[in-house]
Design a protein around this ligand. Structure first.
Ligand code: HEM
Length: 107
């Protein structure tokens, strides 16, 4: 789902970074088509980059991301909704978006 081995968190195809293009000798993707690492990847989504942070909270997790444009987040979420294996285990129960002006916004 995340493109990493469970026991030591190393990328499935080997190396330091998760390599989405890696294939098995049979021509199958090492990281499956529905893996979160692939569905949410900016290249797959065609969206901009986001800075993500997750926090454990009560029984679940708070996912926070910062991005220049809200559509970066929204398009990523649409792409996940369209078949991300992570969503077999995680359910969104609420959401909010905030605009954060630059520090010099009043100038
Ligand atoms: C239960 C909720 C979630 C969990 C547990 C989770 C977990 C993860 C993990 C483990 C990775 C791989 C990090 C790595 O290999 O270095 C990842 C990547 C990513 N996730 Fe999530 N995620 C969650 C929800 C979301 C949501 C809601 C979004 C956005 C709408 C999102 C967007 C991304 C993006 C953009 C990447 C990185 C792609 C890349 O640059 O390689 N995730 N996530």
């Amino acid at each position: 789902m995340f493109g990493r081995r469970k026991h030591d968190a190393m990328p499935l195809p080997g190396g330091e970074e998760v390599d989405l293009s890696a294939k098995t000798p049979d021509g199958e993707y090492v990281i499956p088509a529905d893996a979160h690492a692939r569905r949410a990847h900016p290249l797959t989504v065609g969206a901009g980059l986001m800075l993500c942070r997750s926090y454990n909270y009560a029984e679940g997790l708070i996912f926070i991301s910062f991005q220049r444009e809200l559509r970066t987040f929204v398009n990523t979420m649409y792409r996940m909704a369209d078949g991300d294996a992570l969503l077999r285990y995680a359910m969104t129960i609420s959401s909010a978006a905030f605009r954060i002006p630059p520090l010099n916004w009043s100038h």
